[in-house]
Design a protein around this ligand. Structure first.
Ligand code: ADP
Ligand code: MG
Length: 343
């Protein structure tokens, strides 16, 4: 059974500008020990999805659908039960979480705190566990006596990972957890996170705007656009051979290191993601799509099988129903300007 099963999740904020449908029907599942990356430009709903999973959204936000953790719907849980799930079932590491450490308390005490609160152990035991956790994330045990300002950004992010692992969660959600770190430290921290989750059979949901980071650290990838998953599949295949033009644009936006040709021709994507209060009809990506077809503005798109373990929400996917205007031949032809990864 899946550890996490998200079914038709929809989240709408109610702001001063009106309703903001930030997540619009997402289905995802995650098994123990599995790593799933969620990619997409800023504003496409990634953090909203993460917050909805642990019911951390602002009061008054409308949430529909189901978030099953071990078969139980988080959205309908009592607060008491939810509290237990938040620590032992699932924990979350946010972007810039390292700034969330309390400056006036020693590191050890802060890592020990969730253990003290959620497991009935004494202070000495909790502190010893905190020291063990620090060692596991590559910090010396004596760091438990340090204050946050005595640590570098990378070290503080390791402390946050230690905290996320403190109550032995089965699911870890990392939302842009390393985006604030420089590239070398980011790679080290992600490598560490990947190793720890593999050793403990933890399911990892890693959120980032950076497709290349995700493809290096996750087995599967989901690409989001305007509140929906537009492509899903094994990370390597999605990155190297995307089926959705948006995933292709994201993938080719990262120049290959050492490849002068790709550095000379960085292939970005024009325009901005749609305003969530005014999402275009049909395929929401159609106004920016370099390979748009006449039917795209009027054909609603959902994920459709696009190869082994793969799905994409694009009328160009072979066999996509209702895409009458384009003949099969037209769809299989590869336009010269079709954005493709250079890898
Ligand atoms: P991402 O993490 O992919 O950058 P978010 O989930 O943060 O995207 O945001 C999705 C959309 O929801 C954006 O248009 C954002 O402005 C809007 N949004 C996010 N949080 C709130 C909030 N608390 N109230 C109103 N709108 C919000
Ligand atoms: Mg975000």
């Amino acid at each position: 059974m899946s550890l996490l099963e998200i079914r038709d999740l929809a989240v709408t904020y109610h702001g001063s500008r009106g309703d903001i449908p930030a997540v619009r029907g997402v289905d995802l599942s995650l098994a123990p020990g599995e790593t799933l990356g969620i990619a997409g430009e800023s504003g496409c709903g990634k953090s909203t999805l993460a917050l909805a999973m642990l019911r951390l959204l602002p009061a008054g936000t409308t949430v529909d659908g189901q978030v099953l953790v071990d078969g139980e719907d988080v959205l309908g849980m009592s607060w008491g039960k939810l509290r237990a799930v938040r620590w032992a079932g699932a924990s979350i590491v946010f972007q810039g979480a390292m700034h969330a450490l309390n400056p006036v308390h020693r590191i050890g005490r802060q890592v020990a705190e969730p253990i003290l609160v959620h497991e009935r152990v004494g202070e000495a035991v909790a502190l010893r566990r905190a020291e063990e956790l620090l060692t596991q994330v590559g910090l010396p045990a004596w760091r438990a006596r340090s204050y946050p300002h005595e640590l570098s950004g990378g070290q503080r992010q390791r402390v946050m990972i230690a905290m996320a692992l403190a109550c032995s969660p089965r699911l870890v959600i990392a939302d842009e957890a390393t985006t604030a770190l420089d590239v070398m430290i980011q790679a080290q921290v992600l490598e560490l996170l990947g190793r720890l989750v593999a050793e403990r059979d933890i399911a990892l949901l890693m959120i980032s705007h950076d497709l290349s980071v995700l493809s290096a650290h996750c087995r599967r990838l989901a690409v989001m656009y305007a509140g929906k998953v537009v492509e899903l599949g094994p990370a390597g295949s999605v990155f190297a051979d995307p089926r959705h033009p948006y995933a292709a644009a994201l993938s080719s936006a990262f120049p290959t290191v050492g490849d002068l040709a790709s550095r000379g021709r960085p292939r970005g994507l024009g325009g901005d993601p749609p305003d969530p209060t005014d999402i275009p009809g049909g395929c929401p990506f159609h106004p920016r799509c370099p390979v748009v077809l006449p039917e795209c503005p009027s054909t609603p798109v959902d994920l459709w099988p696009a190869g082994s373990e793969r799905a994409a929400a694009c009328v160009r996917v072979e066999g996509y129903p209702g895409s009458g205007a384009a003949s099969a031949a037209d769809r299989s032809e590869q336009p010269a300007d079709r954005p493709r990864s250079t890898r």
